[in-house]
Design a protein around this ligand. Sequence first.
Ligand code: FAD
Length: 470
Amino acid sequence: PPADLDCDVLVLGGGPGGYSAAFRSADLGRRTIIVERHATLGGVCLNVGCIPSKALLHVTAAMQEAQTLAHAGIAFAAPTIDLDRLRAHKAAVVGKLTDGLAGMAKGRKVEVVRGVGRFIDAHALEVALHGGGRRVIRFAQAIIAAGSQAARLPFLPDDPRIVDSTGALALPQIPGRMLVIGGGIIGLEMATVYSALGARITVVELGGELMPGADRDLVKVWEKKNGKRFERILLNTGVSAANAQASGIEVTFSSGEKGEKVEKAEFDLVLVAVGRTPNGKLIGAESAGVNVDARGFIAVDAALRTNIPHIFAIGDVVGQPMLAHKAVHEAHVAAAVAAGGKDAFDPLQIPGVAYTDPEIAWTGKTETQCRAEGIAYGKAVFPWAASGRAIANGRDEGFTKLLFDEKTHRLIGGGIVGTHAGDIIGEICLAIEMGADASDIGRTIHPHPTLGESIGLAAEVFEGVCTDLP
Ligand code: FAD
């Protein structure tokens, strides 16, 4: 058998958390190894998450925008869709980024061992190598970045027409009727893609609201725009059974207090987007003495240490929000602390974005949170119906909302609904982290006419400054 490998820092998992931790560790002079079971680095985000979904959302948004230009005197024929080329485009986008990561690992002399890793004790991991065989890696410290996978509904039959987000991103077909189970960000982003490609979409959500986590006023704007675009949106409704028939998947919905209201409908494709399960139980953590909770999450302190002080954990496997940017920032802290530095993961805000149409972005405190936590806050809203740029874009249905501490007028949260909301929320993130108050933001000269200036204008609204710059 091949000789044991030896390193300072072993990183388990090559997603955004894992590669960021490994690259930072190597930059800090540590001998670093990443163990990744898949052929490429990048994890869920690059391979089957953030990036391929945005490649598809960009294409479908452009398609739809082109169709809305008729009123401006520019008409296009109905689009023709070549699914093979669309898939190839998406694969090329992903490939460019994963190739880049491979180059960055090489440049830093980070060794990537391909295979499935399991801890065998607190200083060793055994890898079932991709090409067969096993190899033991001994480490001084480890960073667990094993990520998460799509949660399953165990009663659904095994059928190629029932897919998770990975299956949906593979674009197996353009279904006539598609069911999206789960009204969260991932479900609604995929619903946006498939509806633009021509599928008639039903969304079913067990809870009473879509996009939980975001304030209702933001989501309402999305609902108004998409109410007609989607065939049906069923809230407070569960899927209780599904049967694979030759003609489609027959799904049973149940609603009502005791699930007594039952309805059946048939779909050509069913996407299950009911959340994600952490991979903590699949890595032999117990052999290293690392505690994993019943759901598969690994608890960490602010320095990202597990209960075993030389083993850290980051990213989706440590908890919500399961987002790539959270994983990356945790990674940098874990790598710094492992190298002997002093650091902590203690952000004032972590943004969330639904890249739907329109986009919904929020960060810091939401109004719902402020009310629940009894925080005295003031609010300012700038409606995009008063934004010159939004009107010029033909998309003035959005708004920008800022939440301030009532006493200090410091920014504590914000939300934006509208096109490109995800691209402009970054300023709110920075303002919260820098302790900016309403006057700082309102007096900052923003470029005109932009969607981003709605942030400065909302702050002016809060300050009671009358503005005549739409
Ligand atoms: P992962 O990316 O899950 O990586 C973990 C890696 O570890 C995987 O490559 C896995 O193969 C490997 N691994 C696990 N166990 C082992 C083992 N035992 N041996 C070897 N290798 C192992 N987030 C955003 O911020 N923005 C978005 O727009 C966004 N869009 C998304 C869209 C979809 C459809 C999905 C599913 C997710 C999306 N996310 C998005 C979430 C984002 O992908 C995750 O938060 C992020 O990938 C988490 O990074 P991670 O490093 O913790 O784990």
